[in-house]
Design a protein around this ligand. Structure first.
Ligand code: GCU
Length: 666
C-alpha cells in the first residue's frame, strides 16, 4: 500500500523480522492498567495496544492475561527520581512494567516502549528510564482565525474554527497523539500576531473543545493574546497595563478562561514588535505588561511567555542589539509567573546565527528558547533541511556567563541559574497537507524538536536515525545512504544560500530565494545591503568595537571566540567582521575564493543528495520516495539560482574572477 505520509513516525507496520516479532509477542500478550484508569491511562493503554497490534500483527487485548505471564502493566507510582513526567520501563517476572509518577508519565513510557519495537530493539531485559529536562515543551502555531498560517508552507491551518466546537476533526486526535509520542505537553493555538477574537466567549468554547481532545494526551492549550484586546473587545478606552480598569478586565477574562478551560496553560505575548501594540504605547515597559498579566493569572496554574523578539525601524542602530538593550535591564523585574521567550539567534531564524546574547545575560529570569520548525528562511517545504543540527548548535553554544560550560541548554533547562521553571517553544511546521509538513523531512524536524525538548543531550544524528527507522526504513544499506543526507543537509543549505555568516539576503517579504541587491524597503533593517555591507573593499557586518560593537553584549569567553577575524570560525565570520575580498582566511583561500567555493560546492552537494536518495529507493515506499526526489530536483534548480544570483551580485563589488576550478570549461 502506498504511503501518503499521514501516519508520520507512528507507522506500526508489522515488524518484518519473524524473530523480533516473536520476542515481542511473548512480552506483549496483553495490557493491564493498574489502579484508577484515568482518561490519560486509558489513552496510554489504547495507544500501546494500537501500536503493538500493528507491529506484532495480532490482537493485544487490554485486560488481565490468563496465567499472568507476558503482560505489560501500566501503573502510576510515586518515584521521586523521575520528576513529574519521567517514566520507567522494567522487566519483571511476569512481564514488562511501565510506571511513572503521573498518568502522563506512563503515557510517555508507552510511546518509549513502542519506539523500542519500531526501531528494531529486542524487548529482553528492558530497563529504561527517562525524564524531561525542560518543563514547558511547546509548539507555537502561527495560525490565524481565517485558516491561513503565517509562514506556513504545508497548506492551511489544521484548526477548523468555523466547525468548532461542535465538530471535532479526527485529525486533532492524531495531532495530539504525535505530540505526546515525543513529549510535547503544550500548544499555543494561534499566531503571535494575534487576533483578539480568540478571547471572546464564542472562541473560548472552541478552544475548550480542542483542549478536550488534547487533555488525555497530557497536552495543555495556550493562547497568544492581542495586547489591545481590552480596547478591541472590552470596550475600554486604553490598554495601559497600569490602568486599574485594564488590569481588572484581564483578571475577569482570565477567570472566564479558567472556568471554560480549567487546565489552560497561559498566554504568549508579542508586544511592541513589528507594529503590534504593547505596553510601550503607554510609556510602560515589557515587565509592566507581563507582570500585569501574571497578576491576572493569580492562583491559576498558568504562565506568561513574553517574547523578546522586538526591534524598531532605526537606520543607525544594529538590530542585533535591540532585544538585548530592551530586555536585559529588566532582569529581576519580572513576576515569577513570567518566562521571557527568546529566539535562538539575535536576528530572525536565519540558516545559521550566533546564539542570542540574552542567553546567560538574564540570570534572574527563566528564558524560553524559541526555535522555528517551519522553514521560513530555510527553503519552505521545498528544500530538504534537517534542523536537528541547527537546534543542537544553539543548545550547545557556550554563553560563558558563569565560566566555560555555561551552555544555552543549561540556561534554558534552568540548571545554570537555578530556576524551577523552564520552557522551550518550536514554531510549528504543521498544516492541512496530507503529510502534515509539506516536505516529508519536515516531519523529522517536528520529531527532532520534541525529542530535544525532552532531552537536549540526545544527539541530532541519533534522532535522525530514530526518525528514519520509524518513518522510512530500517534496512541498513538504505540507512547508510539516507542518514548522511539528513545530517549534512543544513550545512549544505547554508553553503548555497548564506555561507560564511552572511544573513538576511533573501527575497523581501516572501523570504524565499535570493535578493542580496535589495536596497530599499519600508525600513532599512528589512533590506539586504543593511546586513551584508558589500563594498569595493569587502563584505560583512562589522560588529566589533570599530563597528556596532554588538560583540560586547556577549560574556568575554564567548566574545573572544568571534572577536578576532583571523581566528573567528569561518561559519560566523561575516556576522561579525567586514573582511577584505583578498583577505586570506583560515581555510587557506581568500574571502572571495572561499565564498564562491562554498556557493558552488553547496549547490553541487544537492546533486549528491539526489544520488544518495536514489540509492535508498528500493527500501522506501514509492510514493514517499518520489515526492522527496521531485523536491530535490526543485532544490537543485533553486540552489543554482541562489549560487548565481549571489556570486554575480557580489562580484560587482569584488571584481574578481570565479576560480577556474569551480567553472570547468564547457
Ligand atoms: C518573522 C516573521 C514574521 C513573524 C515574526 C515573529 O519576522 O517573518 O512573520 O511574525 O518573525 O516571530 O514575530
Amino acid at each position: 500500500r502506498a504511503d501518503d505520509g499521514y501516519r508520520l513516525w507512528l507507522k506500526y507496520d508489522e515488524l518484518p523480522e519473524a524473530g523480533l516479532r516473536k520476542a515481542w509477542q511473548a512480552q506483549a500478550r496483553g495490557i493491564v492498567v493498574e489502579g484508577n484508569a484515568t482518561p490519560t491511562l486509558q489513552t496510554a493503554a489504547h495507544e500501546l495496544q494500537l501500536g503493538l497490534q500493528g507491529l506484532l500483527g495480532r490482537p493485544v487485548p487490554v485486560g488481565a492475561v490468563p496465567g499472568g505471564k507476558g503482560s505489560i502493566r501500566l501503573r502510576v507510582a510515586p518515584d521521586p527520581a523521575l520528576g513529574r513526567e519521567g517514566y520507567r520501563i522494567t522487566s519483571q517476572k511476569n512481564g514488562l512494567e511501565i510506571t511513572g509518577p503521573t498518568d502522563a508519565a506512563v503515557l510517555y513510557g508507552c510511546f518509549a516502549l513502542l519506539r523500542q519495537a519500531q526501531t528494531g530493539q529486542l524487548p529482553d531485559k528492558l530497563s529504561l528510564s527517562s525524564q524531561p529536562r525542560i518543563q514547558y515543551r511547546l509548539l507555537n502555531h502561527w495560525d490565524n482565525p481565517n485558516g491561513t498560517v503565517e509562514r506556513g508552507y504545508a497548506g492551511s491551518s489544521i484548526w477548523k474554527w468555523l466547525e468548532l466546537p461542535e465538530r471535532l476533526d479526527p485529525r486533532y486526535q492524531d495531532y495530539a497523539r504525535a505530540n505526546a509520542s515525543i513529549g510535547i505537553n503544550g500548544v499555543v493555538l494561534n499566531n503571535v500576531n494575534a487576533s483578539a477574537r480568540y478571547l471572546t466567549a464564542e472562541y473560548l468554547q472552541k478552544v475548550a473543545a480542542l483542549a478536550g481532545v488534547m487533555r488525555p494526551y497530557g497536552i495543555r492549550v495556550y493562547l497568544s493574546v492581542f495586547w489591545a484586546a481590552p480596547k478591541v473587545i472590552g470596550g475600554l478606552p486604553t490598554s495601559d497595563p497600569l490602568d486599574p480598569k485594564v488590569a481588572q478586565w484581564w483578571k475577569v477574562k482570565t477567570d472566564e478562561i479558567y472556568k471554560t478551560i480549567p487546565d489552560f496553560g497561559g498566554f504568549l505575548v508579542k508586544a511592541n514588535s513589528e507594529g503590534e501594540p504593547g505596553p510601550q504605547d503607554y510609556g510602560r515597559n515589557h515587565a509592566d505588561g507581563a507582570n500585569m498579566l501574571a497578576t491576572a493569572l493569580g492562583s491559576h496554574d498558568g504562565v506568561v511567555m513574553w517574547r523578546a523578539f522586538v526591534y524598531k525601524a532605526n537606520s543607525k542602530g544594529d538590530r542585533f542589539k535591540e532585544a538585548f538593550e530592551e530586555f536585559q535591564p529588566l532582569d529581576g523585574k519580572f513576576s515569577p509567573k513570567v518566562l521571557v521567550q527568546v529566539k535562538n539567534g539575535p536576528i530572525d531564524f536565519q540558516s545559521r546565527e550566533p546564539f542570542h546574547p540574552l542567553f546567560g545575560a538574564m540570570p534572574r529570569t527563566p528564558l524560553v528558547l524559541e526555535v522555528q520548525l517551519t522553514q521560513e528562511y530555510l527553503g519552505f517545504a521545498t528544500h530538504l533541511v534537517y534542523l536537528g543540527p541547527l537546534i543542537k548548535e544553539c543548545l550547545e553554544a557556550d554563553t560563558h556567563s558563569q565560566g566555560p560550560g555555561s551552555t544555552v541548554a543549561k540556561v534554558v533547562d534552568g540548571t545554570l541559574e537555578k530556576h524551577s521553571v523552564s520552557g522551550i517553544a518550536g514554531v510549528a511546521n504543521i498544516g492541512s497537507d496530507r503529510n502534515w509538513t509539506g516536505h516529508l523531512v519536515g516531519q523529522a524536524n517536528w520529531y527532532a524538536y520534541g525529542r530535544l525538548a525532552w532531552d537536549h543531550t540526545l544527539s541530532s544524528a541519533a534522532i535522525a536515525e530514530e526518525w528514519t527507522k520509524m518513518t522510512l526504513t530500517r534496512e541498513s544499506q538504505a540507512l547508510a545512504s539516507l542518514l548522511p543526507v539528513l545530517n549534512q543537509s543544513r550545512d549544505i543549505y547554508v553553503r548555497y544560500t548564506t555561507p560564511l555568516g552572511l544573513h538576511h539576503i533573501m527575497g523581501q517579504s516572501i523570504h524565499y530565494g535570493p535578493e542580496p541587491w535589495l536596497e530599499k524597503s519600508a525600513r532599512p533593517d528589512w533590506t539586504s545591503v543593511y546586513y551584508h555591507k558589500a563594498d569595493a573593499e569587502g563584505l560583512g557586518f562589522d560588529r566589533t568595537a570599530r563597528g556596532s560593537n554588538a560583540l560586547s553584549l556577549y560574556a568575554p569567553g564567548a566574545r573572544q571566540v568571534w572577536s578576532n577575524p583571523a581566528t573567528c570560525p569561518p561559519d560566523y565570520l561575516l556576522w561579525f567582521h567586514h573582511v577584505g575580498w583578498g583577505q586570506q582566511l583560515s581555510t587557506g583561500r581568500t574571502l572571495w575564493d572561499e565564498l564562491t567555493t562554498r556557493y558552488y560546492t553547496g549547490a553541487d552537494s544537492v546533486l549528491w543528495m539526489q544520488r544518495q536518495w536514489e540509492q535508498a529507493k528500493p527500501a522506501v515506499d514509492p510514493e514517499l520516495h518520489a515526492d522527496v526526489a521531485a523536491r530535490l530536483r526543485i532544490q537543485h534548480r533553486e540552489a543554482l539560482w541562489w549560487r548565481d544570483a549571489c556570486v554575480l551580485y557580489f562580484q560587482t563589488y569584488a571584481k574578481r574572477p570565479i576560480p577556474p576550478t569551480l567553472t570547468p570549461p564547457t
